[in-house]
Design a protein around this ligand. Sequence first.
Ligand code: URA
Length: 231
Amino acid sequence: MINNYNISEVVEEIKHSLKVLQDSGWKGFDCSDSKLDTLDSWNTKTGVLKDTLQNIFNGLGKCDRCKLAQNRTNIVFGVGNPDARLIFIGEGPGSEEDKQGEPFVGAAGQLLSKIIQAMNLSRDQVYICNIIKCRPPGNRNPEPVEIKACMPYLVRQIDAVSPDYICTLGSVAARSLLGTAEYISRLRGRFHEYKGIKVMPTYHPAYLLRNPEKKRDVWEDMKILMKEMGL
Ligand code: URA
């Protein structure tokens, strides 16, 4: 097993070699200062080269891995506490999110903020992101090929934040993360597991805006989550 000392040394060696290439005017690949800086964000203390949210965001660049790139204004990456115990995962950006580049800032987002507050948490304490990072035209459901293209980045975000709990919002988020075709009405209200993380699926806040009588179910789900989290 590689120990901490060795990893630190390896990172320093890589940095040194890239600096030498940079100084020599090498153009074979990007060895600019910003690329060298990303090496500093690798966490060498744990003995693991830990991915960071900044690295993942940088890796997206001007993403054109699916056709949603054509109509988007902003990539909507994620927001909140990079060390959050709880991640909320929605479906994909709507028009307000696309404009502002931040998840859940429109009408559904305001309702999500209220749910978070009712749990005695703030938006800053949790992490909020989506299954896909670009707005589908007319807010249609994301296509499987779009979800497939975006999923590796969400997987890395979850790994980087390393939460104890995930709350998926709506059927697309629950199905995509848990790899099931089950109805949300059957998934919600109990814990599932994703890579050892406890996952509570619940209804999407946009669905609650159209069906306010379902708010009671969501609150039941959040109470189970809060109890498990010791809130
Ligand atoms: N709906 C979502 O699923 N995500 C957002 O960010 C906004 C609305």
